[in-house]
Design a protein. Structure first.
Length: 311
């Protein structure tokens, strides 16, 4: 998704479709995404990714099957950290070549650096939210959840890829501003939809166990709305469940029911719909090549319905 967004950002200026610079930039974004996912699975203690063992679990399994010495789990984590670092280094190397040959090397470098910093800051805020003492004011909890959402996912998943494509092709500042009016609400809708799938998604489609975000203790906008709508006893039940790695299917089903009946899920779905509408309306007025507008319209509608497959 990120590579395609960069390509459409490039094409929106009328730049050639087969130019090596945008192809290299797309590769760099895919490598960056790989690094982010590998490290994210370590931070979240996730055993699976897209229906297969996560990288640290794959290395751990290799250690066990090979009969190697010392701790298999520690080896798995160590090898996965290094694999993620390798992807990050390769991403930087490939993007540096693309940016250096672009119409705006300094601007492209600045945006790529900003994207990388924001993801790391967002990851830290996400980890911090999982361990802080419960009992936040629901409004404050929602604001924090939306802040994590923007920096950890929305901007690097949608806003920056599209902008990088444009800036590499030499897009003017007003064009980039129009790009962001479209991509910013789409990025937030993307992650809100992904948060819903993290609790309600079908494992066969998401590649993650049902309720996995609950086991990981994710304090998403969905949880913030629940804090506002649940009774005191229901909040206590939710707080006890969040972050429990052994959370059983019966408890997950009960929490899903509470999130449905309280209206918490409905609030998030309404936010997704409103953000999606704002994104598509902004796209209709964005100054870009007609083929790019059409392609981004198709992509946006697909993203709004299939966020977990890309997240």
């Amino acid at each position: 998704m990120r590579a395609v967004l960069a390509w459409w950002g490039w094409r929106g200026t009328g730049a050639a479709a087969d130019d090596e610079r945008i192809l290299d930039a797309a590769v760099a974004l895919e490598l960056f995404q790989a690094a982010a996912l590998i490290h994210d699975d370590i931070l979240d203690r996730s055993d699976t990714r897209r229906g297969a063992p996560s990288i640290h679990r794959t290395f751990e399994s290799r250690h066990r099957s090979s009969g190697w010495r010392q701790d298999p789990a520690h080896f798995g984590l160590s090898a996965a950290v290094l694999t993620g670092d390798l992807c990050l280094s390769l991403s930087e190397e490939v993007f540096a070549a693309a940016a250096g040959a672009s119409a705006n090397p300094a601007g492209a470098r600045a945006m790529f650096n900003e994207m990388r910093f924001e993801v790391m800051a967002g990851q830290y805020l996400d980890v911090l939210d999982e361990v802080e003492v419960p009992g936040q004011d629901p409004a404050a909890a929602l604001e924090r959840a939306r802040t994590v959402l923007r920096f950890k996912s929305a901007r690097y998943s949608v806003v920056h890829p599209l902008g990088l494509g444009g800036i590499l092709a030499g897009a003017e500042e007003d064009v980039l501003e129009h790009y962001e009016r479209f991509s910013s609400p789409l990025g937030e809708a993307f992650q809100l939809q992904d948060d819903l799938l993290g609790v309600f998604g079908n494992p066969a489609e998401t590649g993650k166990p049902a309720g996995d975000d609950l086991r990981e203790g994710k304090r998403t906008a969905l949880v913030a709305h629940a804090l506002d709508l649940f009774t005191e006893d229901q909040v206590a039940h939710l707080e006890a469940a969040l972050g429990d790695p052994d959370l059983g299917p019966e408890t997950v089903t009960r929490i899903q029911g509470l999130l449905e009946s309280s209206g918490a899920r409905g609030r998030v779905e309404q936010d997704v719909a409103e953000l999606g509408e704002a994104s598509l309306a902004a796209l209709a007025h964005a100054p870009m090549h007609v083929d790019a507008r059409s392609g981004l319209d198709r992509l946006a509608r697909r993203v709004l319905g299939q966020a977990r497959q890309n997240g």
